[in-house]
Design a protein around this ligand. Structure first.
Ligand code: GLV
Ligand code: MG
Length: 349
């Protein structure tokens, strides 16, 4: 057991002090790019200002033969591209891979001052975070960094889901979690073959009509990810960190992507991954509160005065609890507007 007083002490001599709170920065999309692809690297200066987070992916999706090139490509981006206010993240290879140690050593040593967050895939329990936590502290000390790197874990194994609260609590570095539906489906032996989204076979069927038992019965497709997302959101909020939906692989199906992202937004997630430029616009739309909702929420806040009691507004009862929800919506709209002047003018701030 660790004393509460030790929790905020650096884990290596000379490492920066751990953070006490995770700063909320606009995080509507984590845009993935493969740094081994020179064409993509050349586009980074153009893409960076259009996204909240740009992530150099070293893990799945990068062939084994390109792992070193991807690492070198990300170092080049970190050293040469001015990211402005856009966050630069990386997804390292998994802890059991032959590349993880060199990923961390090279990236922290070369561009540790440019990176905001290290995404760690296939996290199974707090012991994985403890390993990364100590190693990062040693590398930060060696590199002379003054700000600690934060850690984001992907929830993509059944054990990881079972340990989700302990993972969130494992280090002050924990910044957030993403749902990894593709690896999670495989690990759970779900019988899907896609990257995120629903499945037409996962449904409930309306009862038969007793007067016409053979008539076709309506079915309703269900959300395969609801349980995991709800657990993930609660665990993150409990520990003051940020939940994200992960990838949606059917790039052409922009409608279903928007639906999946919106389910995540409504349940409490702050953003999702974008795997293609077309998904950047979807995430921006979905994870920025709807202007009509912001206007309504502001009216409730104004009408509620000190925020206590109950009022009727347009036939609806509003009270202390609804004004709190309205403050969440308006607060998010204001935070996003600080970074996005176009949004500020849409909201009328
Ligand atoms: C993401 O990494 C996933 O496995 O869905
Ligand atoms: Mg995965």
């Amino acid at each position: 057991m660790r004393s509460a007083k030790d929790f905020f002490k650096p884990l290596a001599v000379g490492a920066p002090e751990p953070v006490r709170d995770i700063p909320f920065r606009p995080s509507r999309m984590i845009h993935f790019f493969p740094p081994s692809n020179a064409k993509m690297v050349a586009k980074v200066p153009e893409i960076a200002p259009t996204v909240d987070i740009l992530l150099g992916n070293l893990e799945d999706g990068v062939p084994a033969s390109d792992k070193e090139a991807a690492r070198a490509g990300l170092v080049e981006v970190g050293k040469t591209v001015d990211m402005g206010t856009t966050q630069l993240w990386t997804r390292i290879n998994s802890l059991d891979s032959p590349w993880c140690l060199d990923d961390l050593t090279t990236l922290v040593g070369e561009i540790g001052d440019q990176l905001d967050v290290v995404m760690v895939p296939k996290v199974e329990g707090p012991e994985d975070i403890h390993y990364v936590d100590r190693l990062l502290a040693q590398l930060e000390a060696k590199a002379g960094l003054t700000e600690p790197l934060l850690v984001h874990a992907i929830l993509e194994t059944a054990r990881g889901v079972a340990n989700v609260e302990e993972i969130c609590a494992a280090s002050p570095r924990m910044q957030g979690l993403s749902l990894g539906p593709a690896d999670l489906a495989a690990n759970r032996r779900m019988k899907t073959t896609r990257v995120g989204g629903g499945h037409p076979g996962y449904l409930v069927r309306h009862d038969p009509d007793p007067a016409d038992p053979d008539a076709p019965r309506i079915t309703y497709q269900q959300d395969l990810w609801h349980y995991t997302m709800a657990r993930m959101v609660d665990a993150c909020v409990m520990h003051g960190i940020l939940p994200f939906y992960g990838p949606f692989g059917d790039i052409a199906d922009t409608v279903a992507c928007e639906d999946q992202f919106r389910n995540a937004y409504l349940l409490g997630c702050v953003g999702a991954w974008s795997l293609h430029p077309s998904q950047i616009a979807i995430a921006k739309k979905v994870f920025s509160p709807d202007p009509a909702d912001v206007a309504r929420a502001q009216r409730v806040i104004d009408a509620m005065g000190d925020g206590t009691g109950a009022i009727m507004l347009d036939g609806k009862m509003e009270d202390d609890a609804s004004v709190k929800q309205c403050k969440v919506v308006v607060g998010l709209a204001r935070q996003l507007s600080d970074r996005d002047p176009e949004l500020a003018s849409i909201y009328g701030f």
